[in-house]
Design a protein around this ligand. Structure first.
Ligand code: FES
Length: 105
């Protein structure tokens, strides 16, 4: 199972091993990561699962799809180059060690 680390605004880190195939919004909620809400349950209609992918992981997580890209326009925290909606990132073995920065909302 890949280990995912969420870095909170302020520096605190929460790490968890996430089952392959689970999306990283569900994983954040299951591990009580603050400020990742996942209000729509992962159907791309709320943008409350916004995170910033650590730049070192940009290639492995890929870029947002068209609908995700549109939804990233309505995030509460500012959109940045590394912004993603974490419900659209699926845990794979390749993502073992992934670091996600969580904006404070
Ligand atoms: Fe709603 Fe990701 S959980 S867009």
């Amino acid at each position: 199972m890949p280990k995912i680390t969420w870095v909170l605004d302020g520096g605190r880190e929460i790490s968890a091993n996430v089952a392959v195939g689970h999306n990283l919004m569900e994983a954040a909620v299951a591990n009580n990561v603050p400020d990742v809400i996942g209000e729509c349950g992962g159907c791309l209609s709320c943008a409350t699962c916004h995170v910033y992918v650590d730049p070192a992981w940009a290639e492995k997580t890929g870029k947002p799809g068209e609908m995700e890209n549109d939804m990233l326009e309505i995030t509460t925290a500012e959109r940045r180059e590394m912004s993603r909606l974490s419900c659209q990132i699926i845990a794979t073995e390749e993502l073992d060690g992934l670091i996600l920065h969580v904006p404070h909302i």
